[in-house]
Structures are given as structure tokens and as C-alpha cells.
Design a protein around this ligand. Structure first.
Ligand code: GLU
Length: 298
């Protein structure tokens, strides 16, 4: 490598890195446009790089046509990203290695429960605490299975999810940790992480060797992301992400959780509530400049 290349390399390393990380399970709507445009704008303002990552670990819901539409819609909005685009479905071997690392520290246990097993156990115990996604906190059913029982269930072909043993992960975490959060006005505050909100979170699903939480942490580090700009709906997830980063010796990015766009009735725009897609708006004659205007980034 020449000195020139070296210098360029160092510059690359010290530049901020931002990313947009959509899931290709539907068409992008105005809420995504806001998140992507805000990321892109901040990357430009910071003199940083802008990357794209396709979060397609859900093999049932992710579709190539949605991915193609995402690339097309982002280009239409005037957004340019660096190649190559990262695709999580191509990274399962990396996630498996990370799960093994956490396992070797005694932080992972296999969980054979179905959703209804969990619901039944929660009802039996009368403990109704929910995690930030609104799911019942895991009641610990499989946490205390003997090693022999675990082995025999796995040997009989039963699928297991892998859960983080939150008690152990917190008992051995070094002191308190938090993260730097930028507000809309860009002032910085420190937030204390509260990973226990998630209980024994799933970090490996039954069908794939990761969950959203694990993949996002591994990939943000792999892509060298320094500033994570995403919706407020993921604010509490950051507590869990910070815990995983601590255990995996990964750098702590700064975060900006932006406000969420709502429809006329005040509901967060979402694919499930059938928010109008960018391509529908485009077909109605709305321009990219109109979209930027509508999301306040015109
Ligand atoms: N893939 C996530 C979503 O589409 C975003 C993940 C993130 O920005 O951390 O909601």
C-alpha cells in the first residue's frame, strides 16, 4: 500500500459512518423516507459516509421485490449510498460465531418454548410484565433445565431459540453503562442503559442463528457505524444493544432516536396499518421534492 493509500485509509477510519437499515418486508412509506433522508442529511453535514444495510433475517417475510423497491425508492429520493450493500441473510455464519462466543461465557441458554407455552406459564405465575415490544417477559421456563435434559431435547430434533441469560449478563457486566444520545437540536446527553427491561431476550431465533438485536449490533460494528440515527420506537432496544456491545467488546456508537411520523389520527405510520407507500405517492404524481418537504427536510 502506498503512503497515499494509507492516508486515505486513515481518513476513512476517522470519518463518521451512518447507515439506513430497512427490512424488505413491505414497501417504504413516508416514515422510512424521513429516517433515510435524515440519516443522509446528517451524514453529509458531518462529512461522513452513508451505508445501506438490508435487514432480511426474516426469511418468510423478506421478498426480493421489496428489496428492489427499496433501492429504487431511495435512489428516487436522491439518496446515494456506498456499495456494497450489506445483506444480513448472507451473514448467518458470522452471527453463529458471535452466539458461540457469548455461549462460551455462560450467557446463553436454549429455549424450547412456543409463544403459547410462554403465555401459559405467565398465566400460571400471574406475572404480567411486558418487554418494550409488548411481549411477556420470559418466565424462565427453560433457564434451569439440566444439561442432560437440554441435550436430549436437542438430540430429539426439537428446535431451540437462544436466549441471553440477563441475570448473568448484568451480574458480570462491568459497572453501569449508557450511551450518548443526540436530541433533535443536536445537544448531547448520556442515557443510562436498562437492559433488564428485556429480560432473557432472544438473541438467536429458532429458524435463524440471530435475532434483530444481535444482528444489528454485530453489523453496525462490522460496518464501522459511528452514529446511529433511527426511530424512537427503537429507543429501548438500545439498552440491550449496549449490553451486547459491552460483552462483545464492540465500540459504542452515538445515537439519535428521531420522532416518528404519524397519520391524521396520531398513529405511527406503519406497514401493518397500511400507510401509503412511497411508490403509491409517486404514482399519484407526488415528487421527491414534495416528499422531502412533507417530512420537513426540504
Ligand atoms: N430494520 C429495522 C427496521 O426496519 C431498523 C433497525 C435499526 O435501524 O436499527 O425497523
Amino acid at each position: 500500500m502506498t503512503t497515499q493509500d494509507n492516508r486515505q485509509d486513515n481518513r476513512q477510519i476517522s470519518r463518521p459512518v451512518l447507515r439506513f437499515a430497512p427490512s424488505p418486508n413491505g414497501y417504504l412509506h413516508l416514515g422510512h423516507a424521513y429516517s433515510a433522508l435524515l440519516n443522509y442529511k446528517m451524514a453529509k453535514e458531518l462529512g461522513g459516509r452513508f451505508l445501506l444495510r438490508i435487514e432480511d433475517i426474516d426469511l418468510q417475510r423478506s421478498k426480493p421485490e421489496y428489496e428492489a423497491a427499496i433501492l429504487e425508492d431511495l435512489a428516487w429520493l436522491g439518496i446515494e449510498w456506498e456499495e456494497p450493500v450489506m445483506r444480513q441473510s448472507q451473514r448467518f455464519a458470522d452471527y453463529e460465531l458471535v452466539l458461540d462466543r457469548l455461549d462460551s461465557r455462560g450467557l446463553v441458554f436454549p429455549c424450547f418454548c412456543s409463544r403459547s407455552d410462554i403465555a401459559a406459564k405467565v398465566a400460571e405465575l400471574g406475572i404480567w410484565q411486558l418487554d418494550p415490544d409488548g411481549q411477556p417477559l420470559y418466565p424462565g421456563t427453560c433457564k434451569h433445565l439440566s444439561e442432560a435434559e437440554r441435550r436430549s431435547r436437542l438430540a430429539s430434533g426439537r428446535y431451540a431459540a437462544r436466549r441471553l441469560d440477563m441475570t448473568r449478563a448484568l451480574a458480570n457486566a462491568e459497572g453501569q453503562f449508557g450511551w450518548n444520545e443526540y436530541s433533535e437540536g443536536r445537544e448531547l446527553r448520556t442515557i443510562n442503559a436498562e437492559p433488564s427491561l428485556w429480560g432473557d431476550a432472544v438473541i438467536g431465533r429458532k429458524d435463524v442463528p440471530t435475532s434483530y438485536h444481535l444482528a444489528v449490533v454485530v453489523d453496525d460494528a462490522a460496518q464501522g457505524v459511528t452514529d446511529i440515527v433511527r426511530g424512537l420506537d427503537l429507543f429501548n432496544a438500545t439498552s440491550l444493544h449496549r449490553l451486547l456491545q459491552e460483552w462483545l467488546d464492540l465500540p459504542a456508537p452515538s445515537y439519535h432516536h428521531h420522532h416518528l411520523l404519524t397519520d391524521d389520527e396520531g398513529h405511527k405510520l406503519s406497514k401493518s396499518l397500511k400507510a401509503k407507500s412511497l411508490r403509491q405517492l409517486r404514482a399519484e404524481g407526488v415528487t421527491a421534492a414534495d416528499i422531502r418537504q412533507r417530512v420537513g427536510l426540504g
